[in-house]
Ligand binder design. Sequence first.
Ligand code: URA
Length: 225
Amino acid sequence: MSELLEILKFYKEIGAEFVEHMELEFGEEQQVDPRAELEAVQREIMGCSKCELHKNKKNYVPGEGSSCPDIIFIGEGPGEVEDNYGRPFVGPAGKLLDKMIAKMGYSRETVFIGNIVKCRPPRNRDPLKNEVEACMPYLVRQIQILNPKVIVCLGKVAMNNLLGVDYSIMRERGKQFEFMGIPVIPTFHPAYILRQQTREAISKAKWEVWRDMEKVLAIVRRAME
Ligand code: URA
C-alpha cells in the first residue's frame, strides 16, 4: 500500500491529471479506533492460557466501559460473581463501587473498570507473581489504548502490582503516583468497606475513600483546563 502511495504522490508532484484531485495523505493521517483496539485485546484475553488461572475459571473477565474514559478503576481480580458473569465488579463490592462512581458524576459506561488479573484466582486468593506477570501486558495495553486522565487502584493488590511496589494501602491511599505518565491514586478496595464491623468504621472508611475520589476528580478537572 505505501509503495502505491509513493507512486501516486510522484505522479501528483509532476502534475499528472489523473491524481490531481486525489487525497493522498490518508496513510499518514489514518485514525486509530480505540474501541476496535480494545476489542482486539479482549479477543486475545479470551483465548489466553499464559498461566494456570485459565484452567479453573468459568469466564475471562477482560474489563469493560468507555473506550475514552477520564478514569480507569483497577481491582485485583475477578471474584465468584464476576467469574460467573465474565464482568468486573458485579458482586457486592461492585454494587458499592457503582454507587461511588455515580456520586462522582460518572457511570460504569463512562469510566473503565478492569483488574490486574483477568481470571479468578482459586478461593479469591491474591494473584501470584507469575500470574500477574503473565496478565500485566494486557492491562498495560488497555491503559495505553484508553489513555485516561487518572487511574484509581482499588486496594493494596492493585496498587502494588500496578506500581511494582510493596506499600501499605493504609499509609499510601490518597497519595498521587504515576504509571506510564498517568496519575495514579490508590484507595481502599470496596470489599474493605464491606468488611468493617461497626457503623462508625464503615462511615470512616467510606469518608476516606470519598476524600481520595475528590483528589481524583480534581486531577480530571485540571486535565481539562
Ligand atoms: N474484586 C476485584 O478486585 N475485582 C473484581 O472484579 C471484583 C471484586
